[in-house]
Ligand binder design. Sequence first.
Ligand SMILES: NC(=O)c1ccc[n+]([C@@H]2O[C@H](COP(=O)([O-])OP(=O)(O)OC[C@H]3O[C@@H](n4cnc5c(N)ncnc54)[C@H](O)[C@@H]3O)[C@@H](O)[C@H]2O)c1
Ligand SMILES: [Zn+2]
Length: 378
Amino acid sequence: MSIRDVLVTGGAGYIGSHLVDALIGRGYRVTVLDNLEPQVHRSGTWPSYANPKATYVRGDVRDRGTFEPLVLASQAVVHFGAAVGVGQSMYQIDRYVDVNTRGTALLLDILVNATHHVEKVIVASSIGVYGEGAYTCEAHGMVAPSIRPEAQLAARDWEQHCPVCHRHVRSVPTPEHKALYRDNIYSMTKYHQEEMVLLIGKTYGIPAVAPRFFNVYGPRQSLSNPYAGVAAIWLSRLLNGRQPVVFEDGGQLRDFVSIHDVVDCLVLMLEKPGADYLPVNIGSGQTVTILDIARLLARLLGSSIEPLVTGTGRKFDIRHNTADITRARETLGFAPRVPLEEGFAELIEWAKTTPDAAVDFFDKALGELQEKGLLVKS
Ligand SMILES: NC(=O)c1ccc[n+]([C@@H]2O[C@H](COP(=O)([O-])OP(=O)(O)OC[C@H]3O[C@@H](n4cnc5c(N)ncnc54)[C@H](O)[C@@H]3O)[C@@H](O)[C@H]2O)c1
Ligand SMILES: [Zn+2]
């Protein structure tokens, strides 16, 4: 049987909704399971961009009574429904583990114990599973340092050191086989989701793929969720006439990938077998500093507001992590097409027409980090 019916959990969210549109456009029948998490959907209703050709079910991925019949009626499950936020996961531990890890456990329990027709499972993993990115030492070649100790951050020694000789090391794109270190609860749950889905997939012969998203940006990104992506947080600050807050010295390297490229890659994962049973980086393959991103946003907005570079660190932050996308290219023929400036211009055009989306809750989130002692004093 080939895939006709696709279940997308979290399909009312940012990445999921774009995928829903692409799948409908390609002739799939799509059902969305989403509980309209209040932190993401402040109105408590289906978003205005919800695709009229998809079927929407309001429910929780931890509720078997709702989840099971939807899984059994599908030939593919894209599992994106999750609690999303690194800092927040460090004090809402029960909620993050429950939604992300147990929700995925329930999906797998259904697949193993009921008669189903699922031919593909795609589970959202994250750059977070790596912890720090890959580095090379002049003397020791490829090395995988772990998170920087608090004393190092307090001394404002931002760059990573070689775990063997302690010299400063240089960031290089991270391949999927790099050692994994989770530095926060959210990333731990993403790791568990990925490992569980790939293991059960392999064991029972259900093709499964775990896309590891790098920094995804684009329209429909939550601008008012201060726990989500950094570009959205800064854009929301700028739209409110405030300075984007950049931790450390702003030299952190990242890979920002357009939602459109992400969706292209997800469709390839659904339709081609090349990446089955593998984790796969989804990035643009381009490297930028976060300070460049903060400045680019201001420039594209025509704003003269300069980012506020704090010169202080947060305990759970990594220094650099950029994507090696060789695996996605070779196994799926993935080729990112959206240039950074074009993609960010699109994000900004959308944000300008979504005033309601840009309520700035950043100070509240920062206050919570401070209260929990997650900011490093230097
Ligand atoms: N945006 C990124 O850059 C990024 C990076 C790495 C990984 N991811 C992963 O990709 C997936 C989608 O992320 P997104 O950016 O679209 O986030 P999002 O918050 O916009 O979407 C997540 C959706 O899941 C729903 N949801 C939350 N808890 C649920 C539950 N208990 N039951 C059912 N639905 C629930 C929310 O209502 C929301 O619509 C997530 O699994 C996330 O961990 C995203
Ligand atoms: Zn060394």
